[in-house]
Design a protein around this ligand. Structure first.
Ligand SMILES: NC(=O)c1ccc[n+]([C@@H]2O[C@H](COP(=O)([O-])OP(=O)(O)OC[C@H]3O[C@@H](n4cnc5c(N)ncnc54)[C@H](OP(=O)(O)O)[C@@H]3O)[C@@H](O)[C@H]2O)c1
Length: 264
């Protein structure tokens, strides 16, 4: 898909990878609909986008509470008359052992990372099918490809996204609508700071591993490239990506590594 001049709806646009995607996409003269909960942060991102303010519309939403996703999708469509691309970057992660994690926290992470994403995907899909063209991305994680200590709920929610997106890819073949699943390793954002603990409190720390991740800008560039090439799945990161291949081709080795590496 050509990226130039497209109308792109981005969730998680107030921070990290979603924010970096906004700055990358305006370089292609895209018009943006930007979503997350914090309107003040979305205003900041809008101001920092190097484009006319009329090219960026703010659409606040809470992925944990989407009783009428079709109404939100209609608002996104009405912002510029259509939506060409939906990128679901909104999400939260976890920092807790499963024995210390309440079922409420499991459900919250599933609600935001899985149900929030698929609710918006399903709500915008009829519009894209009618246009015979469109693109929907979800930002999974390498832990959407294997389990990891302190990430039981997060890993499960990201695994669920793979099941949904791979099914969608098979069903939507030849419709003009492409589904991409993005599999990042560590990216230097506030994701660990915004993570929740087993009791649902904010973790509030920048993990060492997170600090060493690739930049959100680099990640955003690679996501845009993968969309332009109609890729179905893309791994983005540094050496951490190797674990995806180790898990696939030498699961016994992955089990040894996963039980020994630092949980954060
Ligand atoms: N950074 C990494 O190392 C990494 C690696 C693999 C995958 N990922 C995935 O990449 C995506 C983006 O993460 P990030 O690294 O950019 O983290 P981030 O800086 O913490 O950004 C997360 C974004 O999600 C939004 N969000 C969180 N809860 C929400 C809710 N209930 N409703 C609506 N929006 C919500 C936040 O906005 P508000 O607070 O304003 O709502 C924020 O814009 C996530 O899906 C994450 O799982 C990140």
């Amino acid at each position: 898909m050509q990226i130039n001049n497209k109308i792109v709806w981005i969730t998680g646009a107030s921070s990290g990878i979603g924010e970096a995607l906004c700055y990358e996409l305006v370089k292609y003269d895209c018009k943006l609909i930007i979503s997350s909960r914090r309107t003040n942060e979305l205003e900041r991102v809008k101001e920092q986008c190097n484009t006319a303010s009329s090219n960026v519309k703010i659409l606040p939403l809470d992925l944990a509470n989407l009783p009428h996703p079709e109404q939100i999708a209609n608002k996104a469509i009405n912002a510029f008359g259509k939506v060409d691309i939906l990128i679901n970057s909104g999400g939260i992660t976890q920092r807790s052992m499963l024995k210390d994690t309440s079922l409420e926290v499991d459900r919250k992470i599933m609600d935001i990372d899985y149900f929030g994403t698929i609710a918006l995907a399903k709500a915008i899909l009829p519009h894209m099918l009618k246009n015979k063209s469109g693109h929907i991305s979800a930002i999974s994680s390498i832990v959407g490809r294997f389990g990891f200590p302190m990430r039981s709920a997060y890993s499960a929610a990201k695994h669920a996204l793979h099941g949904f997106f791979e099914s969608a890819q098979a069903e939507m073949k030849n419709t003009g609508v492409n589904f991409l699943i993005v599999v990042p390793g560590r990216v230097k954002t506030n994701v660990s700071v915004n993570a929740i603990t087993g009791t649902g409190e904010t973790y509030g720390k920048m993990d060492e591993g997170q600090e060493d991740g690739i930049t959100a800008e680099e990640c955003a560039k690679k996501i845009v490239k993968a969309i332009s090439k109609n890729k179905k799945e893309v791994n983005i990161g540094s050496t951490d990506i190797l674990l995806v291949y180790i898990h696939r081709y030498a699961p016994w080795l992955y089990r040894i590594i996963a039980s020994r590496i630092s949980a954060t």
